[in-house]
Each structure stands twice: as structure tokens, then as C-alpha cells.
Design a binder for this molecule. Structure first.
Ligand code: NAD
Length: 416
């Protein structure tokens, strides 16, 4: 018999029902909390006096943001310059020393970063180290004061477990499957242009790319020709010769993606050429939720479409899965876009476009749940790489006032 099962089940069910979300509910709960403090002040004073002999404090408080110390930044291969240097800016700005571990897979960029970048920085405070899984595992045995990791959820767990051994705080910028809901009430060509651009950018190897489309069969019938038209306009009749279409990073990922092409039915594209790791911009239809293409992050130029009969079904589908890094909804109705926002959770959200939210430095960028924890970009980077130290400076005088804290305590001068 698990003593917590009932309680946790009840609370999880309440959260799922959406009851805690309306502003009125939250305000009512906070008013309840305020009433609890007012009604029970004496009771609490007595309890605190018995437990801790709690007394009054004078305060002038501030937050001092200070560097953690030695920071480790581990980066992936898909944007190997951006995803090493953008976190590095935050870490240096906050005053840390940094060990940078680029991805061994994007080996040419890795070479530039290790050979050239250190010449531009103070090498007594900054180092680039090389290595794949084995060397990184060895590196992670050391104690760091902060670890900033960008990569897959699988490796994110390894990093977090290693960090836990030293109680090192982490930011985990992970991936996953980003849903893209397309409402019946929208212009299929506009949606197709925007979805195709963001899905096939960098050959689909983008953590925030729309990973799959959820729409009705009727919308699918209108969307597929619109996607074909967008793809032809962007990449020409022969996308293989287009200078704007990237290639899959390596043979291993190429073979993995070949497996995913066997899911559902190919409605657009599907061609590939192993010698240059080319995969045509592809759309799959009649895809089932249980197929491999819906089980793993695609990270390639393949867009599956899964049919749903209603907005509610789409929202249930999204909420059954890990919380994604990004979520997209397309509709002419702002109510629909807002409903998807209100009834789901994700690292970031963008209505009627692809990953534009990520380029705004006024917004924090990061995941939630399975897509990670913590965030960065702009000022948020500085805050991420800083310890927020709570400080209180007391006057050296004013002893008369301060002396009321000293024992022996009598009920008359007892304070919280
Ligand atoms: P990855 O997790 O395989 O590798 C990331 C880093 O971890 C690399 O530097 C690699 O050397 C290291 N690593 C790999 N295996 C390791 C192990 N066993 N122990 C210790 N370190 C190990 O990820 P990837 O293939 O380089 O990148 C793709 C993934 O990154 C995708 O899931 C993508 O969504 C995600 N990603 C997320 C963001 C974001 O900002 N949230 C950005 C880009 C990519």
C-alpha cells in the first residue's frame, strides 16, 4: 500500500482538469492563504516560539548576482557555432571561467573552436576540450560549479546524473517532438509556406522545428498540395540541386532517417541519395501514433501528418506526450491559438509561425519537462550563469532596537 498514491493521484487529476489555471482560482487560493495567516497569527507565533524561539529582524536587503565559478558548456552539432558561443557569452558576461566542449560530430567547427577561439580569450580563464561520449563522461566526473548542456534528452539524463554527484546545478537545453496544430480555419498555402520553411531549414536538423502536423483529414487534403507548391518554390523541381537545402550530418543519422521514411505513406518527396546523405523534403500521410516516426525526434527533412478530428483531440494528443521544446498552432481564429496555449505546456510557443520566438532576446529560451530545464538568451543568459545571492547588511549601531531580539524572551516582546 503506497501511502502517497491517493493524494498524488488526486492532485495530478486536479491539475489535468485545468482547475488551477484560471486567474480567479489562483487569486482565491492566495486570499485563502492570506486569511490563514491573519486568522492564525497567534497560533503561528506560539508554534514558532516553541520550535525556534523566532524573533524580529531588521533588514535592508538586496540580490547580488555573482559568477558560479568554473562552468562547463557542452554543445551539440546541429548549430555548432551558435550553440557554443551564445551560452559562452552569458557565462563570460557573468564572470565565470569556462570549459567549452563542442560536439565531436561537427568536427570541422570543433577544429576551429579548439585551434582559433582560445587565441581571442584569456587562456588562463578559458579552455576548449575535445571528445565524444567517453571523454565527456570522464570530464563529467570532475566537479564544476555549473553545467550548461545542449543536446538530446538521453544524454541530458547522463549529464544530470553526473552533476547530481557533486550537487552541481544544470541547465538542460534538450530536444523532442514539437507539435504543430493546423486548424480547419486557416489558409493552407500560408500555413504550408511557414511550416515547410521551418521544417526543412538546416535539413530539418533544428531542435525547435515543427516535428509533426496535427490536422483534420479535410485540412490534410488541402495542405499536401500547398506543401508541394511551397517545396517546389523554395527548392525547385529538383531539390537535390538546390543550394538552399542542407544535408544530413552523417551516415548514422541518414540510415536512421531511411527507417523513418517507411512509416505511413509518402505524399511528397521520399527520394534519397546515400553518397551525399541527401533526403528530399518529404511529407508522410496516414501516419499512426504508434509508428517509429512518432516515437522519436525526427531531426531530418521529414514531416508526418497525423489526423485528429477536433481541437480537443489534438490537445489530448499533445498532452499525452512529453512537454515539447516548442509548440505551434495555426488558425485565423485567435481564440483557437489562445486555447492551444492555455491548455498545453511547452518550452516556448508560437502562434501562426515557426520558431520566431527563439530569436527575440526579450524572451527566455528553454524547455520544460522532457525538453529540459532552465533558459537563456539575452539578459536571461546572464541570470542563468549567475548565482543570485540573497544579502542583508545590518547597521553596526542601533543596538537598542536590535536588543529586543535577545533572550530571555517574555510573551510581551515575542515577535515573528
Ligand atoms: P547529443 O546529446 O548526442 O550530444 C550532445 C553533446 O553531448 C555532444 O557534445 C556530445 O559529445 C556529448 N555526448 C554524447 N553522448 C554522450 C555521453 N554518453 N556522455 C556524455 N556526453 C555525451 O546531441 P546531438 O546529437 O549532438 O544534438 C541533437 C540533439 O540536441 C537533439 O535532440 C536536439 O533537439 C537537441 N538540441 C537542443 C537544442 C536546444 O536548444 N534545446 C539545440 C540544439 C539541439
Amino acid at each position: 500500500m503506497d501511502p502517497f498514491e491517493d493524494t498524488l493521484g488526486r492532485l495530478r487529476e486536479a491539475f489535468r482538469s485545468g482547475r488551477t489555471r484560471p486567474a480567479e482560482f489562483r487569486a482565491a487560493q492566495l486570499r485563502g492563504l492570506a486569511r490563514f495567516l491573519q486568522d492564525n497569527k497567534k497560533l503561528l507565533q506560539e508554534a514558532l516560539a516553541q520550535d525556534l524561539r523566532k524573533a524580529v529582524q531588521l533588514s535592508s536587503a538586496f540580490i547580488r548576482k555573482e559568477p558560479f565559478g568554473l562552468v562547463l558548456i557542452i554543445a551539440p552539432w546541429n548549430y555548432p557555432v551558435n550553440l557554443t558561443l551564445v551560452p559562452l557569452v552569458g557565462a563570460l558576461a557573468a564572470g565565470n571561467c569556462v570549459v567549452l566542449k563542442p560536439s565531436e560530430i561537427s568536427k570541422n567547427t570543433e577544429k576551429v573552436l579548439v585551434e582559433v577561439l582560445p587565441r581571442y580569450l584569456d587562456q588562463s580563464c578559458f579552455a576548449v576540450v575535445l571528445g565524444g561520449p567517453e571523454e565527456t563522461g570522464q570530464l563529467l566526473e570532475h566537479k564544476f560549479d555549473y553545467i550548461f548542456f545542449t543536446g538530446s534528452p538521453r544524454v541530458g539524463k547522463i549529464v544530470m546524473a553526473a552533476a547530481a554527484k557533486h550537487l552541481t546545478p544544470v541547465t538542460l537545453e534538450l530536444g523532442g517532438k514539437n507539435p504543430c496544430y493546423v486548424d480547419d480555419n486557416c489558409d493552407p498555402q500560408t500555413v504550408a509556406n511557414r511550416v515547410a520553411m521551418f521544417r526543412y531549414f538546416n535539413a530539418g536538423q533544428t531542435c525547435v522545428a515543427p516535428d509533426y502536423v496535427l490536422c483534420s483529414p479535410e485540412m490534410q487534403a488541402r495542405l499536401v498540395p500547398a506543401l508541394q507548391s511551397a517545396i517546389t518554390r523554395f527548392y525547385g523541381e529538383d531539390p537535390r540541386s538546390s543550394p538552399d537545402l542542407g544535408r544530413v550530418i552523417n551516415e548514422k543519422h541518414f540510415q536512421r532517417l531511411q527507417g523513418l521514411l517507411r512509416c505511413g505513406r509518402v505524399a511528397i518527396g521520399g527520394q534519397s541519395e546515400e553518397s551525399e546523405r541527401y533526403i528530399a523534403p518529404t511529407v508522410l500521410v496516414d501516419v499512426q501514433e504508434t509508428e517509429p516516426v512518432m516515437q522519436e525526434e525526427i531531426f531530418g527533412p521529414i514531416l508526418p501528418i497525423v489526423n485528429v478530428r477536433s481541437l480537443d483531440e489534438a490537445i489530448d494528443f499533445i498532452n499525452r506526450r512529453e512537454k515539447p521544446l516548442a509548440l505551434y498552432a495555426f488558425s485565423k481564429s485567435s481564440q483557437v491559438v489562445k486555447q492551444v496555449l492555455a491548455r498545453t505546456s511547452s518550452g516556448g510557443y508560437c502562434g501562426n509561425d515557426g520558431f520566431m520566438h527563439l530569436i527575440l532576446h526579450s524572451l527566455p529560451f528553454g524547455g520544460v519537462g522532457g525538453s529540459g530545464m532552465g533558459n537563456y538568451h539575452g539578459k536571461f543568459s546572464f541570470d542563468t550563469f549567475s548565482h543570485h545571492r540573497a544579502c542583508l547588511l545590518c547597521p553596526s549601531g542601533m543596538e537598542k532596537i536590535y536588543s529586543i531580539r535577545y533572550p530571555p524572551y517574555s510573551p510581551r516582546n515575542l515577535r515573528i
